[in-house]
Design a protein around this ligand. Structure first.
Ligand code: 6PG
Length: 476
């Protein structure tokens, strides 16, 4: 055995992660269920580092120094279980199994417990950055034990992206903390992308800009406080012309957005935790609406797809959309960080929110200049009640508020759906409201179901005798 680490599952992400590990000078055993992917990797990229090619799982396991570290990079769900089931009987106590896929954190909890019974360490590890990140430096979010982290640390810090000399990886927390945080990362990714899509839609339909011009707008935005990977690639995608038709690429793509599950899981978990992640939820539902093509066709036929016209000053409107995008983005991140905090408290993971912002600054899909401000916000105040009230972000939101309202109002008047913009604004207004109509909801609940209510003027639990003399009973 001469490999210091092994990786099985050599589809695009696994292959690139293996190359990254090899390029950093680690001897890596590589394996794939179908051998062809393994041989082609070694043939094409064998000179990038020290690969140990293996054809069977037995060979693979035997090629790795004990105690072993083995990374699995296959599809989440049943395929991951299948690999674990085959692998485990071949392992020895103290070996570490790392699942680098987009697993549901409940699966990670289950797998860690099952492997612990066999004296094996299991690490659920989020990896973000797509193909390019996997190869040149992803953001890596490992959970699992401190012991496993210490052993994996040299490899992970060497392959992760780096920002200002700090690697974009850290021990997120025990158990499934890593996969949970990666899930929320993806939820924020959904919200970010939906906000970008709404911006594009408004600039095109209300602002009258063509895709190539909108690409230019995004390029300019990318020079300011919106600077981020997603804004950057939006400019690229919008500038692209379809080779076959000569039409803007964005016009030849079917407008039904797909999803593999992480956004949906984020929303499901948020509902369980009682954390309002309205931006992420609207982004997930917006993808869902886009896929309901039959309903869309029926509604378009019934109501027509015409939009109302409003006159806007183009440059002013572009700037208003930028402000709305920024403010809504602050809301999306505020909600995502709230969810990480709640998940961490619920599971005793002790996740450091500032550290999460730190390791998302590079490598991952939501990497953005703005994460530096989030790092600062938590450094300033670790128990920040919401990112929105951090002085820096509060100022930013205040500055953009008028524009944000204008954009949402214009969209509603014209008939352009902006669920993420609108729900983020509603969230902001709800948070800052002195009295919410929730009081009336409590009254209704007490009226039809004697569900009781609290009073503003004294402690206790009260019920009004709605069917009787309307007197109030103290039920505490
Ligand atoms: C990342 C991405 C990655 C994947 C998304 C796509 O962080 O590198 O999030 O994990 O591309 O999960 O998700 P959907 O197919 O659900 O959009």
């Amino acid at each position: 055995a001469r490999a210091t680490i092994g990786l099985t599952g050599l589809a695009v992400m696994g292959r690139n992660l293996a190359r990254n590990i090899a390029r950093q000078g680690h001897t890596i055993a590589v394996h794939n269920r179908t051998t062809e992917k393994m041989t082609s990797l070694v043939e094409q990229f064998g000179d990038e580092g020290d690969f140990v090619p293996t054809e069977t799982l037995e060979e693979f396991v035997a090629a790795i120094e004990r105690p072993r570290a083995i990374v699995i990079m296959v599809k989440a769900g049943a395929p991951t279980d299948a690999v674990i089931d085959e692998l485990v009987p071949l392992l020895d106590p103290d070996d570490i199994v790392v699942d680098a896929g987009n697993a549901h954190y409940d699966d990670t909890v289950r797998r860690e417990a099952a492997l612990a019974e066999k004296d094996l360490h299991f690490v659920g590890m989020g990896v973000s950055g797509g193909e390019e990140g996997a190869l040149n430096g992803p953001s890596i979010m490992p959970g699992g034990s401190e012991h496993a982290w210490e052993r994996l640390r040299p490899v992970l810090t060497s392959i992760a992206a780096e920002v200002d000399g700090t690697p974009c990886t850290t021990h997120v927390g025990p158990g499934a903390a890593g996969h949970f945080v990666k899930m929320v990362h993806n939820g924020i990714e959904y919200a970010d992308m939906q906000l970008i899509a709404e911006s594009y839609d408004l600039l095109r339909t209300v602002g009258g800009l063509e895709p190539a011009e909108i690409s230019q707008v995004f390029r300019e935005w990318n020079d300011g406080d919106l600077e981020s990977f997603l804004i950057d690639i939006t400019a690229d995608v919008l500038a692209h012309t379809d080779g076959d038709t000569g039409a803007p690429f964005v016009d030849v793509v079917r407008d039904a957005a797909e999803q593999k599950g992480t956004g949906r899981w984020t929303v499901q978990s948020a509902l369980d935790l009682g954390v309002p992640v309205t931006g992420i939820a609207e982004a997930t539902f917006a993808r869902s609406i886009s896929g309901h093509t039959e309903q869309r066709a029926a509604a378009a036929q019934t109501f027509g797809s015409d939009l109302a016209r409003v006159e806007v000053d183009r440059d002013t409107f572009v700037d208003q959309v930028r402000a709305a995008l920024y403010a809504s983005k602050v809301v999306a991140y505020a909600q995502g960080f709230d969810q990480i905090k709640a998940g961490s408290e619920e599971n005793d993971w002790d996740v450091d929110l500032g550290d999460m912002a730190t390791i998302w600054r590079g490598g991952c899909i939501i990497r953005a200049q703005f994460l530096n401000r989030i790092v600062d916000a938590y450094a300033e105040r670790a128990d920040l009640p919401s990112l929105l009230v951090d002085p820096y972000f509060a100022d930013a939101v205040r500055d953009g508020l008028e524009a944000w309202r204008e954009v949402v109002a214009t969209a509603a008047r014209v008939g352009v759906p902006t669920p993420a913009f609108a729900s983020s604004l509603a969230y902001f207004d709800a948070l800052r409201r002195d009295r919410l109509p929730a009081a009336l909801i409590q009254g209704l609940r007490d009226n039809f179901g004697a569900h009781t209510y609290g009073r503003t003027d004294r402690e206790g639990t009260f019920h009004t005798l709605w069917a009787g003399d309307l007197s109030e009973e103290d039920q505490s």
